[in-house]
Ligand binder design. Structure first.
Ligand SMILES: [Zn+2]
Length: 133
């Protein structure tokens, strides 16, 4: 056992590699690193066509599952597209929740009832940054 993992330069924000997390109501979760996140947003027009509510200060948002699966059609070259499609297809509700892990935004400007739904989706998750063995 080696404990040679360097301290995170972003305390409180989990692994520096995690940039965007997508979860469903069940807590199923797909995390993308900065490269994958940028690429996904690039290929899906920033997920705008699927967004039903978004934080004005960061990339966190609520997306509609059906529209999300639709925009993924334009991102079939993305290496995580199968995971993302599966997440959407298995989602128990009509919404998926996207969190911008790279931002330290406190979402104070996000005044929308869907923000509460979004916050709930992430409140039930185990602490970010716990590494699987
Ligand atoms: Zn925000």
């Amino acid at each position: 056992m080696f404990a040679a993992v360097p301290a995170s330069p972003l305390p409180g924000h989990g692994l520096p590699d995690d940039s965007l997390a997508l979860v469903d109501e069940d807590g199923e979760r797909v995390e993308l690193d900065e490269f994958e996140a940028t690429l996904l947003l690039d290929m899906t027009r920033g997920l705008e066509p699927a967004t039903v509510s978004a934080c004005p200060g960061c990339r966190s948002r609520v997306v509609a599952v059906v529209a999300f699966l639709d925009v993924l059609e334009g991102a079939l070259a993305h290496e995580r597209v199968y995971e993302l499609t599966e997440l959407g297809e298995d989602a128990p509700t009509l919404h998926l929740y996207v969190a911008d892990l790279a931002s330290d935004c406190d979402h104070r400007e996000w005044r929308d009832p869907l923000f509460d739904e979004w916050a709930d989706a992430f409140a039930e998750l185990p602490p970010v940054g716990r590494l699987a063995p």
